[in-house]
Design a protein around this ligand. Structure first.
Ligand SMILES: Nc1nc2c(ncn2[C@@H]2O[C@H](COP(=O)(O)OP(=O)(O)OP(=O)(O)O)[C@@H](O)[C@H]2O)c(=O)[nH]1
Ligand SMILES: [Mg+2]
Length: 267
């Protein structure tokens, strides 16, 4: 709604969006009011722009990382296998809403790992949180054995006293070292780009629209509303993808992170 044009010609579009919002709100309330039972605690519905899972062996610091990154209140303890069901948090990185799921720690007995690993197939990114090279080897072996090819980031934790040479980089949940770097790497690995819309003569909208690398105006328009594609006339672009500021472009123009877009609809 925040990006729909507010001139007379777009009245139907706005009414349509309004009724959709109210329908979605009702569905959300219904979902909330329904008792959870029945469904496995290991099947978690994706929300937001991307889903990231934290995977590793016990005590690598997954709950600690989840609590630093998100609003989730999880139990952190030196005792092994504290987390027994997936714990969910959400984080906003530069306007992208990312769902983070801590999976219960991997077990030595492979039979116990099937349920733990189920989300790793459909997630957009796996963060392997480890405290040794040996753990990296073991996790990778397990993922290979299960044919799981989801993109991953291999991160070493407890930087203040451990060095994991084969990790991409080290963090510390104790000292909060490299947490911002981790957030940046997540966005990069997830291939997310953030663009903003504006109306003629106004400043760009506060909230960005989140897209994947390589997205064109077409995908952008589709994300906002199906009518945008049907009624699309042209767009003006400011930012990294514009050859010059305010360039006039069509549906197939490829967008880049940081672009600002003004959409014009057919009369
Ligand atoms: N020194 C140090 N300790 C840490 C760090 N991160 C976590 N810990 C500690 O490591 C222990 C395990 O942390 P958790 O976050 O519970 O680990 P987990 O991976 O969730 O483990 P389980 O869910 O129990 O399998 C706790 O005592 C934490 O306080 C860190 O960066 N440095
Ligand atoms: Mg835990």
């Amino acid at each position: 709604m925040s990006v729909a044009p507010d001139h007379k010609g777009a009245e139907n579009l706005r009414a349509d969006i309004k009724s959709k919002i109210s329908k979605l709100k009702k569905e959300l309330e219904k979902e909330k009011s329904q008792k959870k039972g029945g469904k496995s605690k290991f099947s978690i519905k994706k929300t937001g722009d991307a889903q990231v899972v934290l995977l590793g062996f016990t005590n690598s610091g997954k709950s600690s990382l989840l609590s630093i990154l998100s609003n989730a209140k999880t139990k952190i303890s030196e005792w092994p296998y504290t987390t027994t069901i997936p714990e969910i948090g959400t984080i906003d990185i530069g306007g992208a809403k990312i769902q983070i799921v801590e999976l219960p720690s991997l077990k030595e007995d492979m039979r116990e790992n099937t349920e733990i690993l189920s989300l790793t197939r459909t997630a957009d990114l796996i963060i392997e949180l480890v405290t040794s090279n040996q753990e990296i080897e073991k996790v990778n072996q397990i993922l290979k054995m299960k044919n799981i090819t989801t993109p991953k980031l291999i991160i070493g934790n407890k930087e203040e006293y451990i060095v994991v040479t084969k990790a991409e980089f080290m963090i510390s949940c104790l000292n909060h070292t490299n947490i911002d770097r981790l957030k940046r790497e997540m966005v990069k690995k997830l291939k997310l780009i953030m663009v903003k819309t504006k109306e003629p003569g106004k400043l760009a909208a506060e909230r960005p629209i989140v897209l994947r690398n390589g997205a064109r105006i077409k995908e952008f328009a589709r994300q906002i509303h199906k009518d945008f594609i049907k009624k699309f006339s042209h767009a003006l672009i400011w930012g990294p993808s514009a050859r010059f500021q305010g360039q006039r472009v069509g549906m197939d123009h490829t967008l880049m992170d940081g672009d600002i877009i003004e959409i014009y609809l057919k009369k």
